[in-house]
Design a protein around this ligand. Sequence first.
Ligand SMILES: NC(=O)c1ccc[n+]([C@@H]2O[C@H](COP(=O)([O-])OP(=O)(O)OC[C@H]3O[C@@H](n4cnc5c(N)ncnc54)[C@H](O)[C@@H]3O)[C@@H](O)[C@H]2O)c1
Length: 216
Amino acid sequence: MIERIPQATAKRLPLYYRTLQHLHSLGKNRISSSEFSQSVQIDSATIRRDLSYLGALGKKGYGYDVDHLINFLRGLLNQDEVTEVILIGVGNLGTALLKYNFHKNNNTRIIRAYDIDESKIGKKIADTPIYHLDDLAGGDNNNIPAAILTVPASAAQLVADRLVLTGISGILNFTPVRLSLPDNILIHHIDLSVELQSMVYLLKNYPMEPIDKGGE
Ligand SMILES: NC(=O)c1ccc[n+]([C@@H]2O[C@H](COP(=O)([O-])OP(=O)(O)OC[C@H]3O[C@@H](n4cnc5c(N)ncnc54)[C@H](O)[C@@H]3O)[C@@H](O)[C@H]2O)c1
């Protein structure tokens, strides 16, 4: 049983899992730590440290057993279980996320979406029904662990407060607003322009270095 791993490590594990699945589909049964590092674009010291939190999974001079690592990470990431999440704000970004079939590549599924625009309520996008925001607290969402927030900045805090009342534990926040919420709510803030800027900076300054995407 793994007690607690650093958040930065936890963030990288799905990336490791996806990369290993890709390597497996190419027929790789075993990979050296430098090969893995190249595929995942994270330096091998970080990978070694991450995996060491999970137990001794690689062998010196042997590298990693791809199947073993996939099975291990699958259990750890609950890949056999589907986690249902909801999305708030079915505009440009929300629609794109609904159309993107998360379930194909990982274990998360957007099961309901919410908006306030009457012309969208009652419709479906990629089989996901759209409800009015007022239905958020109806009880359907009592067991939903996380929500994706894609509303305009002006509505972000108010909607996030309402999400907290439904008992949600995590918010994937695409809005530019720094949400102010109780400490027990996990907020992941995603900003594509920051990611792009940071990539351009790294490309300019470290053209030949592997990039540590996870950060510390
Ligand atoms: N993080 C990123 O990289 C990134 C990229 C693009 C957009 N964004 C942000 O994502 C958000 C959405 O952008 P967009 O281009 O899809 O906007 P949009 O205007 O196309 O869509 C917003 C949607 O939210 C709905 N809405 C408004 N108020 C609401 C409320 N109180 N409750 C529920 N729904 C509500 C609107 O009816 C609309 O359908 C914005 O905050 C934008 O800044 C982030």
